[in-house]
Design a protein around this ligand. Structure first.
Ligand code: AP5
Length: 185
């Protein structure tokens, strides 16, 4: 099974992916984490850092290179959870092209929604607990803008295939997970 998690920053994609990966026993990967792992490690990593720190999306070609490398690993053959990918319509198209070649498909797209005030509050709170350089007021608002302009259209891309299910991310993590389980094919 291949499941995509889409949602604005702070909606709970990572939190719910961690739960679902254990429940379904399939791997989960976050393109945000993959990109953060490259930051400052090379000239390319420093370029990646400039995108993340500014709340802008890293270039599609770079993201696709990381994703296709990960998908080629044996543990992903039976399926995986995509956390924060695809984030542009072009990424979604390239993922489809890759999966068609491998006789694979997307089974479900979970659209996590939450109020903007709540998202900002969650991320500002996280900035006091963890060291995420993009969890500051200015970058959070850039990330939210980018979500609405570049990532929300990905939902329309999948909508024609009746794959998208909207999940209320304002509930407690347990309730959100319960709702997600109810959407599994
Ligand atoms: P990424 O790492 O994907 O960050 P994001 O999308 O901004 O998402 P977050 O991790 O902030 O939030 P989340 O929805 O996962 O929520 P979480 O569970 O962590 O991307 C970072 C950057 O990398 C991007 O800005 C971009 O530059 C780049 N990038 C990544 N992917 C890319 C791609 N495909 N293409 C190009 N560039 C890409 O929860 C957040 C907080 O809320 C936590 O503290 C959590 O404990 C809390 N929380 C979660 N659920 C609840 C709940 N139900 N109630 C109360 N609190 C909750």
């Amino acid at each position: 099974m291949r499941i995509i998690f889409i949602g604005p920053p702070g909606a709970g994609k990572g939190t719910q992916c961690m739960r679902l990966t254990q429940h379904l026993k399939i791997p989960h990967f976050s393109t945000g984490e993959m990109l953060r792992a490259t930051r400052n490690q090379s000239a390319l990593g420093r370029v990646v850092a400039s995108y993340i720190d500014g709340g802008r999306l890293a270039p599609d070609y770079l993201v696709m290179r990381l994703v296709t490398k990960r998908l080629a690993m044996p543990d992903c053959v039976g399926g995986c959870l995509f956390d924060g990918f695809p984030r542009t319509v072009d990424q979604a198209r390239m993922l489809d092209e890759y999966l068609v070649e491998k006789n694979g498909k997307i089974d479900l797209v979970l659209n996590l929604v939450a109020d903007q005030e709540e998202l900002i509050a969650r991320l500002l709170k996280r900035s006091t607990l963890e060291d995420r350089v993009d969890d500051n007021a200015e970058t959070i608002s850039a990330r939210l803008r980018v979500f609405h302009t570049q990532t929300a259209p990905v939902l329309d891309y999948y909508a024609g295939r009746d794959l998208v299910r909207t999940v209320d991310g304002m509930q407690s993590p347990d309730k959100v997970f319960e709702e997600i389980l109810g959407h599994l094919p």
